[in-house]
Design a protein around this ligand. Structure first.
Ligand code: SF4
Length: 215
């Protein structure tokens, strides 16, 4: 599925949703890749079974033009928010993401665009990426996962090692200059003490923390 809706951990293609609920507004998710620089302990991508049975698993990555052709079928004014998310890390398809975001903003400059990311794109690229989002992306939601570098690395098992935690936080702070809403997220199952420590970290950095339900 390239474009889909999501509710309570259930995914549905946008086409199927609109056939069922033609008059209701919805969030639309853009699925650009299965790839990720993390291998989080809790990620659905980790098991072969869930990869093969999950309708979000892409057999091949779509081009920007293919995604744009999909959006061209719809009245995007009926969407609440469009989110680059998918089964993998959307910033690994940065060029396509920016081209699609440009197209959507040209169709409606007020359409709200969000990226859900692991926040490691600048570490991977070795340069600042955040400025590219200026005027295009309204919200960036970054998985904080944990309050310490050690726990973050244990959970995300990312490719970059212990430096990744500070790099992710630096990216979040960089984004504040270019993106109106920068949000760090954690899941509710990490426990009250750890959530409080994450909140203190977010406060120190001047960022919003969102505690989301674990799905
Ligand atoms: S960052 Fe997201 S997509 Fe990547 S492994 Fe972790 S949970 Fe999965």
């Amino acid at each position: 599925m390239l474009l889909y809706t999501a509710k309570n951990g259930e995914y549905e293609s946008l086409t199927a949703w609109l056939q069922r609920e033609p008059l209701r507004k919805t969030n639309v998710y853009v699925n650009l890749t299965n790839q990720c620089t993390c291998a989080c302990t809790f990620c659905l991508r980790n098991t072969k079974e869930s990869r093969e049975s999950n309708s979000l698993w892409l057999k091949r990555e779509p081009s920007a033009q293919e995604v744009i052709a999909e959006f061209a079928k719809y009245d995007i004014n009926n969407f609440n928010e469009i989110i680059f998310c998918g089964f993998g890390e959307p910033t690994l398809r940065l060029e396509a993401l920016l081209e699609i975001a440009n197209y959507l903003k040209q169709r409606n400059k007020n359409i709200s665009l969000r990226i859900n990311t692991n926040g490691l794109c600048e570490l991977q690229a070795g340069k600042e990426i955040a400025p590219l989002f200026q005027g295009l992306i309204d919200t960036i939601s970054i998985s904080l996962n944990a309050s310490t570098a050690t726990e973050y690395l244990r959970l995300t098992r990312n490719q970059f090692g212990i430096q990744s935690f500070d790099a992710m936080l630096t990216f979040a702070v960089n984004c504040k200059k270019y993106v109106p809403h920068v949000v760090l997220t954690v899941v509710d199952c990490i426990g009250k003490t750890e959530i409080a420590a994450c909140q203190a970290l977010a406060d120190k950095l001047g960022l919003t923390l969102r505690v989301r339900p674990f799905e």
